[in-house]
Design a protein around this ligand. Structure first.
Ligand code: AMP
Length: 415
């Protein structure tokens, strides 16, 4: 079922959102992006005349009640955004009464789902090596089903709008869907947008397609690089992984971050790109620093000749030009991971050059998806988030989707 085609009038909807928002030491929300992200879905349900049961996790309480991670702390912020009072159920597994008395237009927020180990479905307090672990896992899976069934019993319809946890098979993200008929379960608007964005990158590709992969290590990106290799025209590999490639090609990388056990992997990626006709773009020069801090001394040097005591911390001017040339003509762009240590203001230039080129290509009609952790922080730092086509909210979930993996949260609804 599609959310747009569903009339929630007179229905109770239980909606899984990702309200895992950052809080300060006094429990105040410091960034409400995730709350705002869920509003279109929540407001549609209320506008139709439905009642709303909102559920989410917050932090990693590991199956125990922890007041510091109570969703009660964000109740008023949610109420402000929805423009209506929000009731709070302090025990998510014992909220049947509160749910039953909800009237159309009313909202109930459930306490942190992860106060129950059943949400994640992993046995607690038992080591994986313990001979009794498998039994404990089986028992936990059974109680996870019961927990999901209890949550499902509160409502007539289930909506999943939590893309950030779509790669997890948890009670509220996937198992719960078994207790609803196909016509009474659906993705929320945010999820639909994320799924569409991934589809634009993986199936409905307009060419040329340029993927920009940065960040610190090649080892954490290898699954994505391999999946993209069959799809992209240009593959820019930048950031810390530059130096693993440079070393693999016989360069001296000084003190740069470098995975010496991944040199063969780097050569293999280069070979595969050649075989598949992918234009692999690697940095040729860098801004090197003599200490890993913002105000260190810097010099521009070839990535193949970085002096001892210096480390490559950002893409150099020639590299930036090469990146730009591969980005500007693109009609599909994926950007994951910064080109340098962008947290230090003196080393943002490479990432900024990429961001500017992505923005310009977007203005010229490209579809650009920025996602997966630090590249999002990067476009936010530059104030450019509104000038790319889509900024994904799901770090790990987006990366797994781009790797080509089926996300349990989506499969549970779409089959
Ligand atoms: P990732 O989580 O793999 O996307 O990596 C993001 C991190 O990579 C950021 O914290 C950057 O500071 C870091 N990074 C990017 N370029 C470099 C570099 N040349 N040396 C060290 N760290 C880097």
């Amino acid at each position: 079922m599609k959310i747009d085609n569903y009339n929630f009038a007179g229905k109770k909807a239980i909606v899984r959102v990702d309200f895992n928002v950052p809080l300060d030491e006094n429990g105040n929300v410091t960034d409400d992006t995730r709350i705002r992200g869920a509003l279109p879905t929540l407001k549609k349900i209320l506008a139709d005349g439905g009642s709303l049961i909102i559920m989410s996790h917050m932090g990693k309480p590991k199956g125990k009640v922890n007041p510091k991670m109570s969703l009660g702390q964000i109740k008023d912020v949610v109420a402000k955004h929805l423009g209506t009072e929000v009731k709070f159920a302090p025990d998510c597994a014992k909220a049947a009464e509160e749910a039953a008395t909800l009237k159309p237009g009313e909202v109930l927020l459930l306490e942190n789902l992860r106060f129950y180990p059943e949400e994640e479905g992993k046995p607690v307090g038992i080591d994986k090596e313990d001979p009794a672990y498998e039994e404990a896992k089986k028992a936990m899976k059974a109680s996870q089903k019961e927990f999901a069934k209890t949550l499902a019993s509160y409502a007539d319809v289930y909506v999943n709008d939590a893309f950030g946890t779509a790669h997890r098979k948890h009670a509220s993200t996937a198992v719960i869907a078994d207790y609803f008929q196909p016509e009474d379960k659906m993705l929320g608007y945010l999820m639909e947008k994320e799924v569409q964005a991934v589809d634009n990158i993986l199936s409905d590709i307009k060419r040329p397609f340029t993927a920009i992969m940065g960040g610190s290590k090649v080892s954490t990106k290898i699954g994505i690089i391999e999946n993209l290799m069959d799809k992209v025209d240009n593959l820019i590999l930048c950031g810390g992984m530059t130096y693993t490639f440079a070393k693999a090609m016989g360069g001296n990388v000084g003190d740069s971050i470098c995975e010496t056990d991944k040199l063969d992997l780097a050569l293999d990626i280069m070979k595969k790109a050649k075989e598949k006709g992918v234009n692999l773009v690697l940095g040729v020069d860098c801004v090197a620093g003599n200490a890993f801090k913002n105000d260190c001394d810097t010099q521009i040097c070839s990535v193949m000749e970085i002096p001892e005591g210096w480390e490559g911390m950002d893409a150099g001017p020639k590299s930036r030009e090469l990146f730009k040339a591969a980005i500007l003509p693109a009609k599909t762009i994926l950007w994951n991971g910064p080109a340098g240590v962008f947290e230090f203001d003196n080393f943002t230039g490479g990432s900024r050059a990429i961001a500017d080129a992505v923005v310009e290509a977007t203005k010229n009609g490209a579809f650009s998806l920025v996602g997966g952790g630090d590249s999002v922080a990067c476009v936010n730092k530059f104030g450019l988030a509104d000038e790319v086509s889509y900024v994904s909210t799901g770090g790990g979930a987006l990366l797994e989707a781009i790797e080509g993996k089926i996300l349990p949260g989506i499969a549970a609804i779409k089959g």
